[in-house]
Design a binder for this molecule. Structure first.
Ligand code: GLU
Length: 479
């Protein structure tokens, strides 16, 4: 088999969409799985929809996800000559024609067809212009486009690698514009010319491009080129099965990055939105995906975007990080949340090691660990354990503080604290709740947190005693 070559061909009309990243991933995986090439092409011929910074955003996000492309990106706006020549070739072969129809005429045509409840179609008005008529139009510099002279009946049939045999009735297709009056090609022409020129063997793209495929196949035939294989990926859906869109949630890859999702998690998550390994395996890193990926296991039906599942993946990958890596990842999130004293790496490591089991995404981290950097706000009513009176909770906190105050900082390891506090509990009725609950809350100010002894070990002797006293004094103040 000749070389497998795939491409990702985004239009730079905004930030890279999560669905776009999935398309890129599948193309990348397919190429890598076959030892082939993955190419990037920027489809920027619709000059009205360009968004500044979009190309950079696409490139940054591919890099972030670990999807490296071969060669320099192909930029369509720099290849106008190629498209013009291709269009002229078809005009010469009488498979395409100049059309001088004005926007007004086309609008009128549309209204008439609509009124008659007919499908809105270009009516082929300029199909049969004579050579002198065309020459005159060009000489007068009348704006014109080049249209594809499509066969008007029959069918186009092709085998989609995902959906099997797909058939289109030609009567439903329009004489597609190939070159616009601004001298830029349309998507259809540029896409076919480039896929051929770039020797693309497999076009893997979203299902929304399926209706364009018969036009592309006819263009390949018109040029006398062999068409690549096509694979159309299932739509991404919201949980209510509507099409995933900006209106219904986050769609830009950037939004997930800033929320603190790891690339490993996002990539693993989108892998399984439209592809299945045929086993129960859920966790895949890139090399394993490359090994297992195949077009046969792409699903036909839409893939529901399940945010909880993404959080689950993120938690899995965060837990696989070393504490050092997590500290580096976490710092910017802590700083931007206004936690300033994050320079003490050893301290940060202890704090983060405590939360590693719990954390779902990096942006949650500041809220979870804030109390390690400044004393928490205490709601006195949350301090007592079950039926305990606030004054009893305060009393216990004072006693714990006095007790722990007798030890040195050296005795503040988690092991020492466990031994000592066990003795303390035994001497105070033997139940953990009335001792450890107020202690935990006094230290963290949170309804859920790591255990009080773990927190105390990190805070150290002085700060632990200070917080216990402070919480106790709040109770007295209010009684
Ligand atoms: N520029 C199109 C897009 O934005 C590419 C479609 C294709 O892959 O052919 O998705």
């Amino acid at each position: 088999m000749s070389e497998i070559r795939t491409r990702f061909a985004p239009s730079p009309t905004g930030k890279l969409h999560i669905g776009g990243l999935r398309t890129a991933l599948y193309n990348w995986l397919y190429a890598k799985n076959h030892g082939g090439k993955f190419l990037l092409r920027i489809e920027d011929t619709d000059r009205t929809r360009l968004v500044e910074g979009a190309v950079q955003n696409i490139i940054d996000n591919l890099r972030w996800a670990g999807l490296s492309y071969d060669n320099e990106p192909v930029i369509q706006s720099q290849r106008q000559d190629l498209y013009r020549q291709a269009a002229e070739e078809l005009v010469n072969k009488k498979l395409a024609y100049r059309c001088f129809c004005t926007p007004q005429r086309l609008e009128q045509l549309r209204q008439i067809q609509q009124a008659k409840k007919l499908p809105t179609h270009y009516d082929g008005h300029c199909r049969n212009l004579s050579a002198p008529e065309v020459a005159a139009g060009l000489a007068d510099q009348r704006p014109s486009v080049i249209r594809f002279a499509l066969p008007q009946h029959g069918t186009v049939t092709f085998t989609d690698q995902v959906r099997g045999e797909v058939r289109f009735n030609l009567a439903t297709l329009d004489d597609q514009i190939l070159m616009k009056s601004d001298g830029f090609p349309t998507y259809h022409l540029a896409s076919v010319v480039d896929d051929h020129d770039m020797k693309i063997s497999h076009v893997i793209r979203g299902e929304e491009w399926l209706p364009s495929t018969p036009k592309h196949i006819l263009l390949y035939q018109a040029f006398g080129w062999t068409a690549p294989h096509f694979a159309h990926l299932p739509l991404l859906l919201n949980p209510d099965r509507s099409k995933l869109s900006k209106r219904t949630g986050d769609v830009a890859v950037d939004e997930y990055r800033t929320a603190g999702y790891l690339p490993e998690a996002v990539v693993n998550f989108i892998l399984l939105m439209g592809w299945n390994p045929g086993t129960d395996q859920e966790l895949f890193r890139l090399p394993e995906m490359v090994q297992q990926f195949s077009l046969e296991h792409i699903n036909k039906s839409g893939a529901v975007f399940n945010r909880d599942k993404l959080d689950w993946f993120n938690g899995q990958y965060l837990r696989q990080k070393s504490v050092d890596e997590l500290v580096t990842l976490a710092r910017p999130y802590l700083l931007s949340a206004g936690i300033k004293n994050v320079d003490d790496t050893a301290y940060l490591q202890q704090v983060i090691a405590l939360e590693q089991k719990r954390i779902g995404k990096l942006s949650d981290l500041p809220g979870l660990i804030e109390y390690f950097f400044s004393p928490p706000k205490i709601d006195v009513s949350a301090l007592p354990w079950r039926k305990q009176k606030p004054s009893e909770a305060a009393q216990i906190l004072r006693e714990i503080s006095q007790f722990l105050g007798n030890f040195t900082q050296k005795d503040f390891t988690i092991q020492d604290l466990e031994t000592n506090m066990k003795a303390f509990v035994r001497d105070h009725g033997g139940a953990n709740g009335p001792v450890l609950w107020p202690m935990r809350y006094a230290l963290s100010g949170r309804p859920a947190s790591p255990g009080p002894l773990e927190i105390a070990a990190v805070l150290g002797r002085q700060e632990t005693c200070r917080r216990l006293e402070r919480a106790a004094s709040l109770v007295i103040d209010q009684s």
